[in-house]
Design a binder for this molecule. Structure first.
Ligand SMILES: [Zn+2]
Length: 415
């Protein structure tokens, strides 16, 4: 099973927006960009919302059937480890194998030595086409990377084999993710990680490194865009080199996690993938859930009242809701309006604060990030929340589709 050149991870926490998300992809296809939807959901999201991987499969199948989408689409077991393979295997055909926890775990000395010897041909100055500056690799570089990443690559291999065993075939897409870690990986480290995965026979079709800068949830990229651009382009060059050098799948590409709403790097990403003729997987993170709240607020009346109620509850439980996401959000509590003030907002005021329009003076990224982590509140509302989504399906769906198309697919693939 081959992942197409361009794909987008469309997480949908409450499983109501599959068709609206697909509408955006249909618009993109009509405009000239064929992008494969990948419905992803992690174990944590399933646990909080109370869903199963089979629910995601049902949603994806229903949406594609309803809208007559005959191009490829996938269901992603997002950020799984060994313990989750059995539960996710039957319904999934894309597996994001998360080995970030194994980064830096000790690798046996003989394994490290064998890796260094095996890749001695990389020693010296490596001229990789497209890399900004020649890469110099000595034994220490390889040994250091082996000590940092060999254990993680072995874990990826273990999880990969377990998926093959559970599905009784290897007809699925494997992604290896190392993004949820403190230190970004350099292009040289990426090269050596790919060497290790190839040695082990893990046929990764996408790899998700931790990039430089902050990929906060629901808001724009925070960091040095020039440095990101340089490293991203070097990563593309390294991947093209590694595919030929190590015999990895020809369609191997970068996966950008928490990639939604990162408007300031979409231009550099688009230019780079065009220049390198490279693919990309962009995984969105909660941006659809935020459009649900935007849509409810825009609907006014009971929809707006429910959006306000969710804000009030999230505001009161801020510390607990933010704790699991501490490394991927930056909320200034002083910039969060009091719930009593929010209660006086009309539809326009609420939507303007929440919608990700950096040019709008009323846009408030702190409100947006708080609501991003506040989906647990909506999950606890159960049918009340789901019934509101059904009642206001049209307004919500319009916001969901417009967000994916105009703020994500268009700048990345069409502009
Ligand atoms: Zn991730």
């Amino acid at each position: 099973m081959l992942l197409p050149k361009f794909s987008i991870g469309v997480g949908d926490r409450f499983a109501r927006q599959g068709a609206a998300q697909l509408q955006a992809l249909i618009r993109a296809k009509a405009a000239g960009a064929l992008v494969a939807p990948v419905w992803n959901k992690s174990h944590r999201e399933h646990t909080i919302v109370g869903t199963m991987p089979e629910d995601v499969r049902a949603e994806a199948d229903a949406a594609t059937r309803l809208l007559g989408w005959t191009d490829p689409y996938f269901v992603d077991a997002d950020h799984i480890g060994l313990g989750q393979v059995e539960r996710f295997a039957p319904a999934s055909d894309f597996f994001t194998i998360d080995v970030a926890d194994q980064i830096g775990c000790p690798a046996p000395d003989p394994d490290v030595a064998a890796f260094v010897d095996k890749h001695a041909n990389l020693l010296g100055t490596l001229e990789i086409p497209g890399v900004a500056a020649p890469i110099h690799i000595d034994r220490e570089t390889i040994e250091h990377a082996a000590r940092g990443f060999l254990a993680a690559c072995h874990e990826a291999d273990k999880v990969y084999r377990k998926i093959v065993e559970c599905k009784a075939n290897d007809d699925f897409v494997a992604e290896v993710s190392m993004d949820e870690t403190a230190q970004p990986q350099t292009p040289v480290e990426l090269l050596l990680i790919l060497a290790a995965l190839a040695d082990l026979g893990v046929p990764a079709q996408t790899i998700a490194p931790r990039f430089t800068g902050r990929f906060n949830k629901g808001v724009d990229y925070v960091g040095d865009v020039a440095q990101f651009t340089r490293e991203f382009r070097d990563d593309l060059a390294v991947i093209a080199f590694a595919v030929e050098q190590f015999g990895l799948p020809q369609n191997l590409k970068l996966s950008v996690h928490s990639g939604s709403d990162k408007f300031s790097i979409y231009g550099p990403i688009r230019d780079a993938i065009r220049q390198f003729d490279a693919g990309i997987h962009l995984k969105t993170a909660g941006t659809t859930w935020l459009e649900e709240i935007t849509g409810l607020a825009a609907a006014g009346g009971d929809g707006l009242a429910l959006a306000k109620q969710i804000y009030r509850a999230a505001f009161a439980r801020r510390d607990a809701l933010c704790a699991p996401y501490a490394s991927v959000i930056d909320i200034d509590p002083g910039k969060l309006p009091e719930p009593d003030d929010v209660d006086r907002w009309n539809e326009t005021a609420f939507v303007s604060a929440l919608r990700h329009d950096p040019a709008c003076p009323a846009y408030n990224p702190h409100v947006r990030q708080l609501l991003h982590v506040g989906y647990k509140v909506a999950a606890e509302l159960g049918d009340r929340y789901l019934d509101a989504l059904d009642k206001h399906a049209e307004t919500v769906g319009q916001n969901v589709a417009e967000n994916i198309f105009a703020r994500h697919l268009r700048p990345l693939f069409l502009d």
